[in-house]
Design a protein around this ligand. Structure first.
Ligand SMILES: [Zn+2]
Length: 344
């Protein structure tokens, strides 16, 4: 174990964005290789995907905060796309999707995973915040992975997409960027919405697909890859609700990014009002999130976040200490209500 850890450390220390296939579960390696254009290979699923009631009960008993603690833990190394940390996070999320009994909606050969590749990036600090800029040798691409799982509705031709990016900034100058708020918080809320729906046991009218994008921090690369080569027809998507950095700030004070008022915006606004919170449509002012990939394809999309999302964003202080459980619960409740409005 020590040698393996030392090897990973060395790779990360060198700043290498190389995935040592041999260290990863076979299925992650296969999904990523498919993204590189290698011939697709049948997916070997991890043992956790064996569907049992015990697994489902275990997953249903988890909370958004459990997911956030797991994803922002040091094991996940800041979840930079193209690194071992990302692969570990992907493995965790695939196991959750699987234990909840959702239908794999990634690439047909790789189940929940959709492989794609990312261009090289370099880290830069802007006003004390770490961010990625395009690197050199743009053709030198690295594998990365999105994850998608669906709850089939009575109508399988109409899809409500509930999404969050799970990648973050990784390790820079020897320090982990945990990304608890950005965006373990969104991932936890989205998973919790699905758990709540599953506990109620009612079949939705429309199909609900959970999507976890990677490489958002590199310029919405994962969501863009999905829009370019989606695993189901894009025209089936009626609305995209994207959660990003939802767990801090004043309780009930949320904001929305969208091209304008669309069905997704209306659903969140109504849901927020029902929950006694506010969700203001605000100009992104140079920032944005994965909803832009869908807006570019004329699909009604919105990004939902805490209005104070920028506080300590992209710093090593974005830890669970920043998060307010009450705000996380409220964000989950608003997303849940919005999904109910759109899918039931
Ligand atoms: Zn970010």
């Amino acid at each position: 174990m020590q040698t393996r850890r030392a090897f990973i450390k060395t790779l990360l220390g060198l700043g290498a964005i190389i995935l040592p296939w041999s260290l990863l579960p076979a299925w992650v390696g296969e999904a990523l290789k498919n993204g590189l254009g290698h011939p697709p290979v049948d997916l070997v699923m991890p043992p956790t995907t064996k569907l049992s009631n015990a697994n489902k009960a275990e997953s249903l008993s988890r909370s958004a905060m459990d997911d956030i603690l797991t994803l922002s833990g040091s094991e996940m190394q800041g979840r930079k796309a193209g690194t071992v940390g990302e692969a570990k996070a992907a493995e965790y999320l695939a196991s959750q999707l699987s234990m909840l009994g959702l239908k794999p909606m990634g690439d047909p050969k790789t189940g929940f995973a959709q492989g794609f590749t990312i261009p090289p990036v370099i880290e830069v600090r802007v006003n004390g915040r770490l961010t990625f800029r395009p690197g050199e040798n743009r053709s030198l691409r690295t594998p990365s992975v999105n994850l998608l799982g669906g709850l089939m509705g009575e109508n399988q031709q109409e899809v409500i997409l509930l999404s969050a990016h799970f990648d973050h900034l990784g390790i820079f100058e020897g320090r982990i960027y945990p990304g608890a708020n950005d965006n373990a918080s969104g991932v936890g809320c989205v998973l919790d919405v699905m758990r709540r729906i599953l506990r109620e046991g009612k079949t939705p009218k429309r199909t609900i697909v959970l999507a976890f994008w990677s490489a958002e921090e590199m310029g919405f690369v994962g969501s863009e890859a999905f829009v370019r080569s989606s695993s189901f027809p894009l025209h089936q998507i009626q609305a995209v609700l994207n959660a990003d950095t939802v767990g801090n700030g004043m309780i009930g004070d949320f904001a929305l990014w969208a091209d304008g008022v669309n069905v997704a915006v209306k659903a969140i606004r109504q849901a927020a009002a029902e929950a006694g919170a506010s969700a203001l449509l605000t100009p992104p002012a140079g920032h944005n999130s994965d909803s832009v990939s869908f807006a570019a394809a004329n699909i009604p999309a919105v990004t939902f976040m805490a209005r104070d999302w920028l506080y300590k964003n992209h710093t090593t202080d974005d830890t669970t200490a920043l998060l307010k459980p009450e705000q996380i619960n409220l964000a989950t409740d608003i997303l849940y209500r919005a999904v109910r409005l759109l899918a039931f």
